[in-house]
Design a protein around this ligand. Structure first.
Ligand code: ARG
Length: 462
């Protein structure tokens, strides 16, 4: 029985069935097959370069690996749990196809540096996908912001109406978050794209390997500096899942706002049918399920990050089997963040904004009160006093059930002699937004500038 194991030489008894089920990883790490094969082909070519294999042998191995890939992709490949993981499944099938020569592939290599390479290649490819989706989401936000450069919305602090802003400005705040996420992923990629093969089990190898050549073959920029670190470093996974967690946290903030805005008491947005669901019992309902799920799935991804942090905590040098537990949290985070980003981009394109509703709450919330205080301050009234005068005027208007702009000049003058006819220009909401021309401010000109800058950034991405 033990003969079946690739490492079975020193074992007299076979593994318990429960242990086999407990320790196998092929049920999830099969996803690394393409990287495993790419890595092995590069390794074989460099083994030939270093004189371990003849060119012909390396070619036979590479062709054999191509055949294995074809079997996997056609669905003909039989994954075997008794072979533990993707690496041994691929190698074992290769040996069946090309014969004993397949056994030479593992020269100067351990599964410890092999799995590190495969996973690094895989994470790098997925991060590049996240970047594409982040860019598409930024583009969708920029598009919608362009349509709503002048649309007024109550800007909030403490979730209380504070000052009028433009919807375009509000959407571009999210564009900035996702742009930073994109940049953060780019930065993580620098540390993911490090080639660990040649570290062997932990100590390096007596064979004259050439890690730089393997890295060049794979198009990877950096090579490991310390063989022990190379096989035990999982920082790259943690960093990737942190980046995913922050993307999800950003998405969940946007989801929360869409959910609130879709509530009929706000009515700022109408959700696209494609991303909402109905109730089986209450016919009037249209539920923002896509946003709710995204908000909920944020917990999953953050949970994966927590799991990974605890996984690496206190691990002694170097490779420990614990590390096999690093894959599933990443695969799950990858699936979640990828789907969430593309659903959000698509949904944003279809959401119907309702500017009249937004304007209604701008008017109801005395959002021009700061304008009045600033107006008085500009006339020399100390700001603290201007603040107090304005507060009294708000209380008066509130009692009357009107806005500050609906009071006539004689009513306003009761609060301060400094108030004159020109105050009505100041109390005009649209004008107040237009005057916010400070850099990065909410005014339509500033929004146009932000859009331009984001478009340039998007155009500059490869
Ligand atoms: N399936 C293992 C993992 O994912 C591969 C490395 C196994 N190495 C070992 N020494 N058993 O971590």
């Amino acid at each position: 029985m033990s003969k079946k194991k690739m490492w079975g030489g020193r074992f007299a008894e076979s593994t318990a069935a429960s242990m086999e089920a407990y320790s196998e990883s092929v049920s999830f790490d099969w996803r690394l097959y393409a990287e495993d094969i790419r890595g092995s082909q590069a390794h074989a070519r460099v083994l030939a370069m270093q004189g371990f294999l003849t060119e012909e042998e390396a070619q036979t191995i590479c062709d054999g690996l191509d055949a294995v890939r074809a079997e996997i992709e056609s669905g003909a490949f039989k994954w075997k749990t008794e072979l533990e993981d993707v690496h041994m499944n691929v190698e074992s099938r290769l040996t069946e196809i090309i014969g004993p020569l397949g056994g030479k592939l593992h020269t100067a290599r351990s599964r410890n540096d092999q799995v590190a390479l495969d996973f690094r290649l895989h994470v790098a490819a997925r991060l590049a996908q996240w970047q594409k989706r982040l860019a598409a989401l930024v583009a969708a936000l920029v598009d919608r912001a362009g349509e709503h450069r002048d649309t007024m919305l109550p800007g909030c602090t403490h979730f209380q109406p504070a000052q009028p802003v433009t919807l375009g400005h509000h959407l571009l705040a999210y564009a900035q978050m996702f742009k930073r996420d994109h940049e953060r992923v780019a930065d993580a990629l620098v540390r993911v794209r490090v080639m660990p093969l040649g570290a062997a089990a932990l100590a390096g190898t007596t064979h004259p390997v050439n890690p730089r050549a393997v890295a060049d073959d794979l198009g990877v920029e950096a090579v490991f500096a310390n063989s022990m670190d190379a096989v035990s470093d999982r920082d790259f996974v943690l960093e990737a899942v942190f980046d995913a967690s922050l993307v999800m946290a950003h998405l969940s903030r946007l989801c929360e706002e869409i959910i609130i805005w879709a509530n009929p008491n706000f009515g700022y947005v109408k959700l696209p049918d494609r991303y909402s669901t109905g109730s089986s019992i209450m016919p009037q309902k249209k539920n923002p399920d896509a946003c709710e799920l995204m908000r909920g799935k944020t917990g999953r991804v953050v949970g994966s990050l927590m799991g990974l942090l605890v996984l690496v905590k206190g691990l002694p040098m170097t490779y420990n089997r614990d590390m096999q537990e690093d894959k599933e949290p990443f695969f799950d985070a990858d699936k979640t963040v990828g789907a969430s980003l593309s659903i959000m981009a698509d949904m944003l394109g279809l959401i119907e904004f309702v500017p009249e509703k937004m304007l209604e709450t701008v008017k109801r919330g005395f959002l021009n009160a700061t304008e009045l205080a600033d107006y008085l301050a500009a006339k020399g009234v100390p700001f603290r006093e201007a603040h107090h005068i304005t507060g009294e005027a708000v209380a008066y208007a509130e009692k009357k059930g009107v806005g500050l702009e609906d009071l006539d000049i004689s009513e306003l003058k009761r609060f301060s002699d400094e108030i004159e006819e020109d105050v009505f220009g100041v109390l005009d909401y649209a004008a107040s937004v237009r005057r916010r021309t400070s850099p990065g401010g909410t005014g339509p000109d500033s929004v146009a500038g932000q859009i331009e800058a984001l478009k340039q950034w998007l155009a500059g991405l490869k």
